[in-house]
Write a protein that binds this ligand. Structure first.
Ligand code: C2E
Ligand code: CA
Ligand code: CA
Length: 739
């Protein structure tokens, strides 16, 4: 036996492990005290700790408390053989490395020990270096095993982790074999496509692909197998399995599909064919829906969900190209709702919107599937009839639309009978490009508006010029107020019995920079249409009130002055407020200031209009019904509204020339007297008209027979010197023209 403690071996072993001193615990099991004392010195090394015991029982007791890296085990022990401890270690699934040290020569002993899991067997007597090598390599092996074991565990954990990642992924992940059959699908397929996982494995990928997308997907898979085009995702529609139970529109799921070849043998990429395809399908239907909504909004009108101007132009251009190819015809209709502004201004935008939707729906009903109804904005719609046999076909549609609007719309404030003005242009006759066709349909629509609304007409190139004039008129009109181009003329109202001027009607004129003096009939309707009338009316009220103040200041205290207001002025407060303000501002005798309105205002009969009329009366301003008898002739409103005077329309006065008295005038004078109203006849052009009117009980009149509307200075002369200016009275017995 070699004496432990020989120096050279210490140095050697110490040096061999010095680089990586690792902690390790060693248990010596030997009943020989000398061995137990010397071995820790012989085997000493940085990090090594030794425990010792003398029997198997003792060893087990220690092992139950402590884990060791190595056991140096004597073969013969007082309470059994070393093999018993090896059995115990195996049973307890211990991982300690064991080096058996024994004096037994028998090879059987060595084999038995190694079979039972010992790592090495050293026979006594041994050289110290032999034992040191055995210990060293047993420890090294144990360390390797531990590392291996840890790595195995890490691998198992990482496999679990990857499996978890794949199985709980929000994406549909799958593998296919080279034949395109599913070899793996993750559970996401169940919620995404409604398949059980086992239903799909072994079936072709095409099972879940929407037919239209199949050719693309086939190319995609082929490329993936060829190692091409990976990394790019393709938008593909997959089919849900449970289409019957899916929500309508949910039968397809749009996914971004990524495929890549499965190549597990590293480094052999070029040589070995791939084992299949790995694919990830991400559900992008939400994003698609969002995209669709955004595109929809860009091309559709929010209120009616009809195509908008952009989409209409698009479709029109397409239809033109097709018509050109076919040599066919198409029609464009421009539709504008009559009096829509009235509804909007009077009842509010909510009602206006409601009406727009209702009208859109009814128009749509009259169209065929390929036709397009679009809303350009406001109350303007366009229709594209992409394929008509002859222009008259468009006419039939226009008539259909008129019939569809035949029933009134129920609004919150009552029924509204909507009518529309429609202009039609036909390709190629009226234009060969989209803009021109739309513009010409628009022009035709304006012509209908001019002609009294509610109807349709085809574009007429001859009338195009008028439209252009109208556009310039509109533009000039906007500048007229700021350029101070308006002025008032006054037409005296004469009391035949008193032979003097008792009133004046203020009539608006426009001193146009190039066209000269323009009468109101050619621009008031335009001003009403483009929304300028309110500003104009307020200008009129200001100017007229100032003029009346001037005349009252000159001493014409009884003089009445009337202004004409548009029915639109009763939709809002501003103009009415202005009248009240002016009366106060100029300290007018309010009962000398009149506002002339037409019967149509009365017919509106809403609480708001009523309140505004009442408001004028409250501050003393008179309400005069202009052109009385030409409108609705529903006299009920005379009782309801605080009307103060009536103006007999000049058409009735004109009718007086015909032989026989005109019963209407008698009726009107009767009404005026009955209701105690002031009465004025207008448009008196002849002496005998004046005479007859007077005989019928109408004393106050205005007309060219006396004086036309004149500038303020001339009107003032009428105030001061009517007797001189008045035509000489024609006695009833004398015939006109007799001397
Ligand atoms: P209106 O209120 O019925 O005015 C009477 C129109 O008859 C005036 O035409 C006047 O010049 C014309 N007239 C007067 N005497 C005779 C006659 O003996 N024979 C004929 N044939 N005509 C006569 P004017 O000035 O061209 O005004 C036309 C219409 O324009 C007015 O009809 C009125 O409805 C509107 N208007 C005039 N001024 C204003 C205004 O300041 N604001 C608004 N909103 N409308 C106005
Ligand atoms: Ca008038
Ligand atoms: Ca009138």
């Amino acid at each position: 036996m070699v004496i432990p403690g020989e120096a050279p071996f210490f140095g050697l072993t110490a040096a061999s492990t010095a680089a990586a001193p690792s902690r390790c615990r060693i248990l010596l099991v030997d009943d020989d005290d000398a061995v137990r004392r010397t071995l820790p010195h012989v085997l000493a090394e940085d990090g090594r700790r030794f425990d010792d015991c003398a029997s198997i029982a003792e060893a087990i007791a220690r092992l139950e408390r402590t884990r060791y890296d190595l056991i140096l085990l004597d073969y013969r022990l007082p309470d059994g053989s070393g093999l018993d401890l090896l059995d115990w270690l195996a049973n307890a699934q211990r991982e300690e490395a064991v080096v058996v040290i024994s004096g037994e020569d028998a090879i059987d002993a060595a084999i038995g020990a190694l079979r039972r899991g010992a790592d090495d067997f050293v026979r006594k007597p041994y050289h110290v270096a032999q034992l040191q090598r055995a210990v060293h390599s047993a420890l090294h092996k144990a360390r390797l095993e531990r590392t291996n074991h840890a790595m195995g565990q890490r691998l198992r954990r990482s496999e679990r982790l990857h499996r978890y990642l794949v199985e709980s992924a929000p994406d549909f992940i799958f593998t296919l074999n080279p034949a395109g059959l599913f070899t793996y699908v993750n559970p996401r397929v169940e919620s995404m496509l409604g398949y059980a996982r086992e239903q799909l494995v072994g079936r072709p990928f095409s099972t879940v692909v929407f037919n239209d997308d199949l050719p693309r997907v086939e190319v995609l898979l082929r490329n993936a197998l060829a190692g091409q085009g990976t990394g790019q995702s393709q938008e593909v529609r997959l089919r849900r399995h449970d289409t019957a139970t899916a929500q309508p529109g949910n039968a397809l799921v749009t996914v971004a599909l990524n495929t890549i070849a499965i190549q597990t043998r590293d480094g052999e990429r070029d040589a070995a064919p791939p084992e299949g395809v790995y694919g990830v399908a991400r559900d992008i239907s939400e994003r698609k829906r969002a995209e669709e909504i955004i595109t929809f909004q860009a091309y559709h009108d929010q209120l009616t969900h009809l195509p908008n101007r952009i989409l209409f132009k698009d479709r029109l251009e397409l239809a033109i190209a097709q018509a050109q190819r076919r040599g066919g015809l198409l029609a464009v209709m421009f539709i504008d709702i009559d009096r829509f502004k009235l509804v909007n201004d009077t009842y509010g935008h909510a009602e206006g919107d409601h009406l727009l939707r209702g009208i859109a729906a009814r128009i749509k009903q009259t169209l065929r599937k390929g036709d397009t109804l679009a809303r350009l904005g406001g109350d303007e719609f366009t229709v594209l009839l992409p394929d008509i046999a002859q222009p008259e076909d468009a006419e039939i549609i226009a008539q259909k639309i008129q019939r569809a609007l035949g029933e009134p719309f129920a609004l919150r404030h009552g029924n509204f009978l909507a009518t529309v003005s429609m202009g039609i242009s036909v390709f190629p006759r009226d234009g060969e490009v989209a803009e021109l066709l739309t513009q010409h349909a628009d022009i035709a629509m304006y012509q209908i508006k001019r002609a009294g609304k509610n109807g349709f007409r085809f574009f007429d190139p001859d009338l195009n010029a008028h439209y252009r004039e109208r556009i310039t008129l509109e533009n000039d009109l906007r500048g007229a107020l700021t350029n101070n181009e308006f002025l008032l003329h006054f037409q005296p109202q004469i009391s035949l019995s008193k032979r003097r001027v008792v009133g004046m009607e203020a009539l608006l004129r426009w001193q146009h920079p190039t066209h000269g003096l323009i009468g109101p009939t050619s621009f008031i309707p335009v001003a009403e249409e483009v929304g300028l009338i309110g500003d104009i009316s307020r200008w009129v009220v200001d100017a007229a009130a100032a003029q009346l103040a001037h005349w009252q200041g000159l001493g014409f205290a009884d003089l009445r002055l009337s202004v004409n207001l548009s029915s639109q002025d009763f939709d809002r407060d501003e103009t009415i407020d202005r009248v009240a303000d002016c009366v106060t501002h100029h300290q007018l005798k309010a009962d000398r200031f009149d506002v002339e309105i037409t019967e149509s205002v009365m017919m509106r009969d809403t609480a708001d209009v009523m309140a505004r009329i009442q408001r004028l009366r409250t501050c003393g301003v008179g309400i005069s019904i202009d052109d009385f008898g030409t409108g609705y002739s529903a006299l009920g409103y005379l009782q309801k509204f605080p009307v103060s005077s009536l103006k007999i329309d000049r058409s009735f006065v004109h009718g007086l020339q015909a032989p026989g008295a005109n019963p209407i005038i008698s009726a009107i004078t009767g009404i005026a007297h009955g209701f105690g109203l002031h009465l004025v006849a207008e448009g008196v052009e002849h002496a005998d008209q004046a005479a007859r009117l007077q005989r019928m009980g109408c004393d106050i009149m205005q007309g060219h027979y006396f004086c036309e509307a004149v500038c303020a200075d001339t009107a003032e002369q009428w105030l001061t010197d009517a007797e001189r200016l008045l035509p000489r009275p024609a006695p009833a017995s004398r015939q006109p023209g007799a001397t």
